[in-house]
Ligand binder design. Structure first.
Ligand code: GUN
Length: 293
């Protein structure tokens, strides 16, 4: 069994990005600059954004964190995005989701300049992805593709089953895995909450991507021996024995599935780290789009 270690794969992506930044600095140009907007005090969002900012520093990017109270007016947020769109020193903009209920997510996403949309959530970027055009790809499915590339997982002609149809993970993942890419060319089945016989479909998967957000819901009886397992779930479970009061669990029951899989991503230390690698690669790409450097 191969452990698809996100620490190894993301370190390799970051090392290459650092080399690109070094070349930029040698030319006396400014490095890529990411602006991250965080609203409220959601613990998981705080952790993700802190990790994104730290990773920018590691590869030599500049980053700016903009924080608002939970009660911030939608107009204030949209005005800030417009300001960042018009700022030539900002290459990438991300607004951490989920947003407070009074803010309309689609409005926020559609306000971001598609060329600076390092999450790849803007309908223009999502549309380009569907058509196989060059674009900014949502960071988590992009990270999964980088993981498959790093470990040279053979995907051509395989049956990939994806559980979850979100715009952030499942749907773009289905497009990438079915695209004519080196680590694509899968036959894809996209499952969701209305899929009957989920167990039977999962058992047919050569590659199983779990992105349903239900901890440990994928058990060994749902997995074909020898399958490649990609666990996108990250749920916080209360644990008083931990200093931070929680422990992270994936969507896959790791020990029993690892015993029959040919390769599996751990949680933590798997896809989460690759999401950041995908975001960083998008930020460099946005920089190149915006500066032509
Ligand atoms: N919330 C959960 N995943 C993501 C992500 O990839 N990007 C943003 N902006 N918010 C998220």
């Amino acid at each position: 069994m191969i452990l698809l270690d996100g620490k190894l794969a993301s370190a390799s992506v970051k090392e290459n990005l650092k080399k690109e930044v070094d070349k930029i600095i040698e030319k006396n140009l400014r490095p890529p600059h990411l602006a991250a907007i965080l609203i409220g005090n959601n613990g998981a969002s705080e952790t993700y954004v802190a990790s994104k900012i730290k990773s920018c520093k590691e590869v030599g990017f500049t980053s700016t964190l903009i924080r608002y109270e939970e009660s911030v007016l939608e107009k204030v947020l949209l005005d800030k995005i417009l300001e960042l769109n018009n700022d030539p020193t900002i290459d990438g903009i991300l607004v951490q989701l989920p947003l407070p209920k009074h803010i309309v997510e689609t409005k926020v996403i559609e306000t971001i300049n598609p060329k600076k949309d390092v999450d790849g959530f803007h309908p223009i970027n999502a549309g380009k992805l569907v058509q196989g055009l060059e674009t900014l790809i949502p960071a988590t499915p992009y990270g999964v593709m980088l993981m498959l590339e790093h470990f040279n997982v053979d995907t051509k002609g395989k049956h990939a089953v994806i559980i979850g149809r979100s715009n952030i993970v499942g749907r773009p993942m289905s497009i990438l895995l079915s695209s004519n890419l080196l680590h694509g060319n899968c036959t894809v089945t996209l499952c969701h909450s209305h899929t009957p016989d989920l167990i039977e479909i999962c058992k047919q998967a050569d590659i199983l991507v779990a992105a349903l957000g239900k901890p440990e819901s994928i058990t060994a009886k749902m997995v074909k021996p020898g399958a490649v397992i990609i666990d996108v779930g990250i749920t916080r479970i209360d644990d008083n024995t931990k200093k931070n009061g929680y422990r992270l669990k994936g969507d896959v029951k790791f020990d029993e599935v690892a015993a029959i899989a040919s390769a599996i991503t751990p949680v933590p230390g798997g896809v989460g780290l690759m999401t950041i690698a995908g975001l960083l690669k998008n930020t460099l790409k946005a920089y190149q789009l915006n500066t032509k450097n």
